[in-house]
Ligand binder design. Structure first.
Ligand SMILES: Nc1ncnc2c1ncn2[C@@H]1O[C@H](COP(=O)(O)OP(=O)(O)O)[C@@H](O)[C@H]1O
Ligand SMILES: [Mg+2]
Length: 310
């Protein structure tokens, strides 16, 4: 009934809604102890996949194991082990933040003392203690996201499925989310987060699964992402001096921007190559005014995917 690998294993998954093929073929693994990012544009099938993993939607075909259990055959076992954070707080908004958590605790069969203790603890974890007695509807979008995350954690699940958890968060809250998710992974949980905004997940995730139009198109660990070819943008005054030096070093570049704010893009294989180029430019007398990676590591992978073929 269970297999030794906890976490999540999905093979050959498909699910349609009438004529709409929300998931065509998804292969996906999320190991315990890591944060796995599910990345794809709107409509690519992320929420559908997460609903299937949470046992809230049945697949048409394929195999799924969550913490060793098949969500179709053993939905209760899966729900006990999974914390699900939907992309909105939903119909809970007339309860106070503390009531939301205690009510869900009751649904999981926790005693009144346990759920009240756990609610206080989680309000502290997500920095909402001062809002415990406030109606959830008066919370800001970011605060509601944090409450929704606390709700997903109430029964201390071993698998966490978080749908777009960083959306609507200010940079400070995003940083806190990152710290919290990293500590949950370090405690051995399986954490899956989805996003259509690549840069949100760059520093949160250990690995990324890219989905496009219902297909999983690539899986990559962040270590792999960090060692791939990466684009840097460079600016100098004047740009012509930069162009001359790049040509003399036989380094190809693309031009981006307009005449008022022009920049060159170069492809470099490693950070060592980047620092070599910067030193070379400076030693050649080029006045470098900007030199930085053009995007995060995941973004570079995404840009390199030929998703149109699918
Ligand atoms: N209940 C549903 N009925 C009909 N179509 C749906 C339903 N849920 C999702 N879809 C469609 O399936 C596709 C994938 O949706 P979704 O999984 O929500 O994508 P994502 O979360 O990546 O934005 C979309 O084309 C969406 O319109
Ligand atoms: Mg979605």
């Amino acid at each position: 009934m269970t297999d030794s690998f906890g976490g999540i294993v999905v093979e050959g998954l498909a699910r349609s809604f009438g004529p709409v093929q929300a998931i065509r073929t998804i292969d996906f693994q999320a190991p315990p102890g890591e944060v796995t990012a599910l990345i794809g544009s709107n409509g690519s099938g992320k929420t559908t996949l997460m609903l299937i993993l949470a046992s809230l939607l049945a697949p048409d075909s394929g195999t799924v194991r969550v913490a060793g259990f098949d969500p179709v055959v053993h939905p209760a076992e899966v729900r006990r082990r999974v914390g699900w954070m939907p992309d909105t707080l939903g119909t809970w908004e007339s309860l106070t933040a503390s009531e939301v958590l205690r009510t869900v605790g009751a649904l999981y069969g926790m005693s009144p003392a346990d759920r009240s203790r756990r609610a206080d603890e989680l309000l502290r974890t997500v920095n909402l203690t001062e809002f415990g007695r406030q109606a959830a509807r008066v919370l800001s979008r970011g605060q509601q996201q944090r409450l929704s995350l606390a709700r997903a954690l109430i029964h201390d699940p071993e698998v966490l499925l978080l749908d777009e958890p960083a959306s609507g968060l200010d940079p400070g809250s995003r940083l806190e989310l990152r710290t919290l998710l990293r500590s949950l992974a370090a405690a051995g949980k399986t954490v899956v987060v989805s996003s259509h905004v690549l840069s949100e997940l760059d520093e949160i995730a250990d690995r990324a699964v890219f989905v496009s139009r219902g297909h999983s198109v690539k899986t990559q660990t962040l270590d792999e992402a960090g060692s791939q070819l990466r684009r840097y943008y460079v600016q100098a005054q004047p740009m012509s001096a930069l162009a001359d030096t790049l040509r003399s070093q036989e380094i190809r570049f693309e031009t981006r921007g307009d005449s008022r704010r022009e920049e060159f893009l170069v492809q470099l294989g490693s950070t060592a190559e980047a620092s070599w180029l910067l030193r070379t430019l400076v030693l050649a007398g080029v006045v470098v005014t900007a030199f930085a990676p053009a995007g995060g590591a995941l973004e570079e992978t995404y840009m390199s995917l030929d998703t149109d073929r699918l």
